[in-house]
Design a protein around this ligand. Structure first.
Ligand SMILES: C[S@@+](CC[C@H](N)C(=O)[O-])C[C@H]1O[C@@H](n2cnc3c(N)ncnc32)[C@H](O)[C@@H]1O
Length: 304
C-alpha cells in the first residue's frame, strides 16, 4: 500500500472521518480551483493581487533584484508570473503536489518569460522538501501565497514555517499570503458559492480518492458543507452523507450513516499580530505586512 493510500484509509477509518485537503488537487481539482479564484464570492485571490498591485514597488525595493523565487503550492503559476516581473527575479522554482497541472503551468510561464530560468517539481509540503541540487542556495525568496498556510493546524503550520526557514540562508526571505478574520457572511460565502463551484471542488476529492485507493465513493451520496468555527477561528469544509452509505476499498471499508461527515479542509483565519508571533517562533524575526483597505488579507515579508 502506498503512503498516500495508508494516510487516506487511516483518515477515513477515524470517527469523525478526515481527508487531507491536499487530495483536492488532481488535475481536475487544480482546474476547479482556478475557477474558484474567479468567483465573485472568493475574495482572497483578487484581494492579494490588489495588495501586490498597490505595494509591489515597496516589496521589490525591500527584496531586491536577482532572487531565486521558490513558490510552494504554485498551482497555475499566475502569481509568480507577476511577482517575478515586479521584483526582477532571475530564477523561478515551482513546487506543487498536482504534478501534471504544475508542469503545464511552468512550461507556459517559461515560454512567456524566456529570460527567467524556470523549473518545476512535484513534492508534498507536509514532508521535508528536497530542492534540486542546482537551485542556488543564496538569495532565495520562498513564496507561499493564497493563504495556503491556513490549511494547516497550528503545530503543522509552525513546522512548515520552520522548514521554509531551513530552506534559506540569512540573506533569504519569505513572502507569504495570510487570510485575516472578517465578517462571517463574507467568509462563509467564499467557501460556499452560489454557483456550486466550491461544492464541485470538495466532491472531486472523492473521485481522486477512488483513483488513489480503489474505493467506490459515489459522489451523488454526498453534499458539500462549509461553515466558520468561531472557537477555532477557521472555515471548515466537510462532505456529508445524504443517505446511509457503505464504502469499500481493497482490504477495508466502512459505513457512514446519513448526516455523517468527512472533514476535508480547515482554513484558519489569523490577525496580523498572531501571525507575526508564529513567524517569530519559526525563526523569522523581521516582518513587514501589507493589507488591503478593508484589512481582509495580508501579504507578509518575513526575514530571519
Ligand atoms: C489554494 S491553492 C493556491 C494556488 C496558488 N499558489 C495561488 O495562490 O493561487 C493551493 C495549492 O497548493 C497545492 N498543494 C496543496 N497541498 C499541497 C501539499 N501538501 N504539497 C504541495 N502542494 C500542495 C495545490 O495543488 C494548489 O496548487
Amino acid at each position: 500500500m502506498s503512503d498516500a493510500a495508508r494516510e487516506i484509509t487511516e483518515g477515513l477509518s477515524h470517527t469523525p472521518a478526515t481527508l487531507s485537503p491536499k487530495y483536492f488537487y488532481d488535475a481536475r481539482g487544480s482546474q476547479i480551483f482556478e475557477e474558484i479564484t474567479r468567483l465573485p464570492e472568493y475574495y482572497p485571490t483578487r484581494t492579494e493581487r490588489e495588495i501586490m498591485r498597490l505595494h509591489g514597488r515597496d516589496i521589490a525595493r525591500r527584496v531586491g533584484p536577482g532572487r531565486t523565487v521558490i513558490e510552494l503550492g504554485a498551482g497555475n503559476c499566475e502569481k509568480a508570473r507577476s511577482l517575478c516581473q515586479t521584483i526582477a527575479a532571475s530564477r523561478f522554482v515551482a513546487v506543487d503536489i498536482s504534478e501534471e497541472f504544475l508542469q503545464q503551468s511552468a512550461a507556459r510561464l517559461q515560454a512567456e518569460m524566456p529570460m527567467l530560468t524556470v523549473c518545476a517539481f512535484a513534492a508534498d509540503l507536509s514532508h521535508e522538501i528536497d530542492l534540486p541540487g542546482d537551485v542556488p542556495a543564496a538569495h532565495r525568496l520562498v513564496y507561499y501565497p493564497g493563504s495556503s498556510i491556513g490549511n494547516f493546524d497550528l503545530p503543522q503550520a509552525q513546522a512548515l514555517l520552520q522548514r521554509m526557514r531551513h530552506m534559506l540562508h540569512d540573506d533569504g526571505a519569505l513572502l507569504i499570503g495570510v487570510d485575516l478574520r472578517k465578517d462571517v457572511a463574507v467568509l462563509e460565502a467564499a467557501y460556499d458559492d452560489a454557483a456550486g463551484v466550491t461544492a464541485a471542488f470538495n466532491l472531486n476529492a472523492l473521485a481522486h480518492v477512488n483513483r488513489l485507493i480503489g474505493s467506490d465513493f459515489d459522489l451523488a451520496d454526498w453534499k458539500h458543507v462549509a461553515f466558520f468555527n468561531h472557537e477555532a477561528s477557521r472555515i471548515e469544509m466537510h462532505l456529508e452523507a445524504v443517505v446511509d452509505v457503505r464504502v469499500h476499498w481493497p482490504g477495508g471499508g466502512r459505513g457512514f450513516a446519513r448526516g455523517e461527515r468527512i472533514h476535508t479542509e480547515n482554513s484558519y483565519k489569523y490577525d496580523n499580530e498572531g501571525f507575526a508571533g508564529l513567524l517569530d517562533q519559526a525563526g523569522f524575526h523581521r516582518t513587514v505586512a501589507w493589507t488591503d483597505p478593508q484589512r481582509w488579507f495580508a501579504v507578509v515579508l518575513a526575514c530571519p
